[in-house]
Design a protein around this ligand. Structure first.
Ligand SMILES: Nc1nc2c(ncn2[C@@H]2O[C@H](COP(=O)(O)OP(=O)(O)OP(=O)(O)O)[C@@H](O)[C@H]2O)c(=O)[nH]1
Ligand SMILES: [Mg+2]
Length: 361
């Protein structure tokens, strides 16, 4: 009499979680009823809600489910998944989100490919229209950069390098993490991209399409910090771009300086091409500059600062303060540059087309 072998007993499902109390219990129930032989690791980053309690409750009656409590000083989605992979004891693993955006029913499709010998299996989102337009654009931009990077470095790639739904041969990925894990962007969101960067050149990547859903409960943890971390993953150029974007769009002083320079440049440009003098049209051009600087700050605020955050009022107040103080500095600089004592020395000034000629009353 032969014993029955569960077809998923060589699989570990890794679920990274942060504040997923509303999703984790139904997710664990669904997974263990679909794949009763599979092990489940929940890598939780010290959630502030009841996520950990819910996992422990479930694990009491399901010995194949484990809670991995993470070091609070090392919070990060990539770091959590890396820890999950390192503690997996089965031949294969699959990583998925706990918020039902990745359908539990598709885990089996990925596992079938791993059992057939695929080294890495990537879940490719069939339809990304459930993402907002800005998310879709950001995801497309990040994917293009990742693809260029991987192709240049002759590394394995995928149609969906930004996917969070993927699986692999455990030993192969553990070896890669042991050797190159210190180069991963641990606080980032895109561990698949990090793995592809360091897996052997010959790694075989197989793709499986899946239907991408909306988050079932709770809030997204994606923030401008995370978006920048994707840039930082793209080599030296990515790191420099991330620094520039961080300074110009997120850093308070940086945003202020960028808006101010933009306003000033614009004003001088308009005055230059129109041959406008300070006395006649200073107000028009500085007001235009103010509108431009304000728009810049609104865009910086909307797309970079508030993403995934709820403290809009405080940020709004900061925005108005920044824009207004920018306007005041603008006015002051114009006053210093073009007021009476300077008006009779136009030839010493490089902005002579914007200056009145000597003898202007
Ligand atoms: N351990 C750990 N898990 C995290 C962290 N941030 C997010 N997660 C989990 O990672 C998964 C994906 O996070 P989401 O916030 O849904 O990110 P996303 O799917 O890219 O964004 P949305 O499409 O807006 O949901 C979820 O299961 C989160 O609970 C973290 O810092 N640590
Ligand atoms: Mg999600």
């Amino acid at each position: 009499m032969g014993c029955v072998v569960d077809e998923h007993e060589e699989l570990t499902i890794i679920l990274p979680t942060y504040n997923e109390a509303g999703n984790i219990q139904p997710m664990l129930e669904t997974l263990s009823s679909l794949y009763p032989g599979a092990s489940i690791i929940v890598a939780d980053d010290n959630s502030k809600d009841n996520t950990q309690e819910n996992v422990l409750d479930f694990a009491n009656s399901h010995p194949l489910t484990r809670l991995l409590r993470r070091d609070p000083a090392d919070r990060g989605l990539t770091a959590s998944i890396v820890d999950g992979i390192m503690s997996a004891e089965t031949a294969h693993f699959v990583v998925m989100d706990a918020d039902f955006q990745h359908p539990p029913g598709s885990v089996g499709d990925l596992h079938v490919k791993l059992k057939a010998g695929a080294e890495i299996v990537v879940g490719v989102r069939e339809d990304k229209t459930k993402l907002s337009v800005s998310r879709m654009l950001a995801s497309w931009g990040a994917h293009m950069m990742a693809q260029v990077y991987l192709k240049t470095m002759r590394r394995p790639s995928s149609q969906d390098t930004m996917s969070g739904f993927f699986g692999g041969q455990t030993k192969l990925c553990q070896r890669t993490i042991e050797e190159k894990g210190h180069k991963f962007e641990r606080a980032g969101f895109k561990v698949l991209f990090d793995l592809l960067k360091f897996l052997p050149h010959s790694t075989e990547v197989i793709e499986v399409q899946f239907v991408f859903n909306t988050r079932r409960s709770g809030e997204s943890k994606l923030s401008s910090r995370i978006i920048l971390s994707i840039l930082r993953q793209c080599g030296f150029v990515g790191k420099v771009t991330a620094l520039a974007v961080q300074f110009m769009l997120i850093n308070m002083v940086g945003r202020f300086l960028s808006a101010l320079s933009l306003g000033l440049l614009f004003t001088f440009w308009i005055m230059g091409i129109q041959h406008i003098v300070y006395d006649d049209h200073m107000v028009t051009s500085t007001v235009l500059a103010f509108i431009l600087a304000m728009s810049y700050l609104v865009i910086a605020n909307k797309y970079m600062l508030t993403h995934g955050r709820r403290d809009g009022l405080v940020l709004g107040a900061k925005l108005v303060f920044t824009a207004f103080s920018g306007y005041m500095v603008n006015l002051y600089i114009f006053y210093m540059a073009f007021s009476a004592p300077f008006q009779c020395r136009p030839c010493q000034c490089s902005w002579d087309s914007a200056l009145p000629t000597c003898g202007t009353p």
